[in-house]
Design a protein around this ligand. Sequence first.
Ligand SMILES: [Zn+2]
Length: 133
Amino acid sequence: MTDKIIKTPEQWQQSLTDEQFRVTRQAHTERPFTGIYWDETSAGSYRCICCKTPLFSSETKFDAGCGWPSFYASVDKAAVLEKRDISHGMVRTEVVCAQCDAHLGHLFDDGPEPSGLRYCINSASLDLAKETL
Ligand SMILES: [Zn+2]
């Protein structure tokens, strides 16, 4: 793991759209079924929109029917950090990019086998690098 990427909000704002900035830097949640990747089926690597670190693979993506891209595993346990989130009157596990602290989404324990996990991620936090065959 290399050093953390630290930028000011102004610097992030310059490299992101308003929606991407709100989600990744202010922990907003995009409206379900509005993001660009919730029903994406292409093969490839989902990278952090902020720092381009690979976070999830299309191989672990599944349709959770929730309107957000869902994965049952991250590419590397060290790539995604888990944080306790008690906002909105709920106790949830927030997941952030380990490299740049971008808010990604939340982690739930109702996913499919083999992990039983469901990473519920905002499309706005991701950048899909499609595999070209
Ligand atoms: Zn990142």
